[in-house]
Design a protein around this ligand. Structure first.
Ligand SMILES: [Ca+2]
Length: 445
């Protein structure tokens, strides 16, 4: 499958909560910036960063990534035109929970896991002039802020990671498993995103068992592994608190927690891992301070894409099979009709032959009878009788000859017609076959 990711999607801005003065009256609204990109703005609720991420994902959008000056400038101008006083805004950048205070530390796009080279930091602090708060991100992320979310459409994503080191599990799905314990949760998310994949989301028992079997068969007792579940920085120690998919933002209803988990120790455990020593049951852990391996899987949109393509492939094949069988049936019908016509024509000509002979014989008998009854014609008969007979025989032969010619001519016409129909149908059958092969090669990957 070719990579068909299109990075020309319109960008969207969502204002989720705006305190103080603003001119927005409705909850959601679309805006177009000077660079023609579109943003979706909504004002209602305060979100922390992960909640904002999830809200975008649920809408099929993403937190905006500002990776060049012109995009930044257009956004700043747009916001100034909308708000009298700019609210605090989340954007889709993070530093992978980097603890260093190095102002030059790398920042990453939440959508792709790739380093963002553009920056627009306020002097003295790692804050954007756009009031984006991600100083000391590990703490700030958990806080509730007045948030503006910039979103980018993700529609149309259909790509397969190139040459990923896949392992196939018993559920037929493929997984990429990294067992070296060098990654906090956001780093694990980025590692998958950079490959066009997602941190695995385990939402049913079959999948859970298939993954555990795969890990056991490949690594024996592997290291602990991050999975793509988080609780949106929920500080409650409620074991039944909801958990969400990093890929879709949707709540995950299946779980396989270890008996004492998810305990949210010190209210600091917001990310889920498969614990090797607990038979791969899940623990909630600190997203920032714990370092594990991870499991990636195909991005859910890629899976959707593949399923769509596969379904279309099957239905196209079904239609083609129907067409082929209809065509074969039609061809048989045509052949039968041609045969029938030929048989009927032959029979008709044969009958005509016979009746011609009968008519002639009758005529001859009648003539003979008539002549015998008229003795005074005997001399005439003796004189021209042979000539009449010869003429009659000639006429008869002429009729039979014409009959024969007609039969041959009709037979030729029919033969030509049959050959022509056969050639056309064979050519058509060949075309169907070629189209089927083309469809197969287009749809296979
Ligand atoms: Ca825990």
């Amino acid at each position: 499958m070719k990579t068909t990711f299109n990075n020309q999607f319109p960008i969207v801005l969502l204002i989720l909560s705006i305190t103080g003065s603003n001119r927005l009256t409705s909850a959601a609204r679309w805006y177009t910036a000077l660079d023609k990109r579109q943003y979706y703005i909504e004002g209602s609720t305060k979100y922390n960063w992960l909640q904002a991420m999830d809200e975008c994902s649920r809408l099929g959008l993403q937190l905006v990534v500002i990776d060049n000056p012109s995009k930044n400038e257009a956004l700043v101008k747009l916001l100034r035109s909308i708000f009298r006083k700019s609210p605090d805004l989340w954007i889709g950048h993070h530093d992978e929970f980097n603890r260093a205070k190095n102002k030059n530390r790398a920042w990453y796009a939440a959508s792709s896991g790739r380093v963002i080279n553009f920056g627009y930091w306020r002097k003295g602090e790692e804050r954007r002039k756009m009031n984006t708060v991600h100083k000391s991100i590990a703490n700030q992320m958990a806080g509730k802020f007045t948030v503006v979310i910039f979103l980018t459409f993700l529609f149309g994503l259909c790509q397969l990671a190139a040459a990923a080191d896949w392992d196939t599990a018993s559920d037929g799905r493929q997984y990429l498993i990294e067992t070296s314990v060098g990654y906090n949760w956001l780093q694990a998310v980025d590692q998958c995103s950079r490959r066009g994949l997602q941190l695995v989301v385990i939402d049913n028992e079959v999948k859970n068992n298939a993954i555990i079997d795969l890990i056991k068969s490949k690594f024996g007792s592997a290291k602990d592994l991050w999975i793509g579940h988080h609780d949106e920085y929920n500080t409650k120690k409620d074991k039944n608190r909801p958990w969400y998919s990093i890929a879709t933002g949707q709540e995950i209803t299946f779980s396989n927690w270890y008996i004492s988990e998810p305990n949210n120790y010190k209210s600091q455990e917001h990310c889920a891992e498969m614990k090797s020593s607990a038979k791969f049951q899940w623990y909630d852990e600190s997203c920032t301070d714990s370092y594990y391996g991870y499991i990636c899987e195909e991005h859910y949109k890629t899976t959707q894409c593949h399923n769509d393509v596969q379904a279309k492939h099957y239905s196209t094949n079904e239609k083609n099979a129907l067409l082929s069988s209809d065509f074969t049936e039609t061809q048989t019908n045509i052949q039968n009709q041609l045969n029938q016509t030929r048989n009927e024509t032959n029979a008709a000509l044969l009958n005509w032959n016979k009746s011609s002979e009968v008519v002639f014989e009758n005529f001859k008998k009648s003539l003979d009878g008539y002549l015998k009854k008229k003795p005074y014609l005997q001399a005439v008969v003796a004189d021209i009788g042979d000539d009449i007979n010869a003429l009659a025989v000639e006429a008869k032969n002429e009729i039979l000859n014409l009959n024969q010619q007609t039969q041959e001519s009709l037979a030729n016409v029919q033969l030509n017609a049959e050959q022509s129909v056969n050639n056309e149908t064979l050519a058509f059958a060949e075309k169907i076959k070629i189209h089927n092969n083309e469809v197969d090669s287009l749809m296979s990957y």
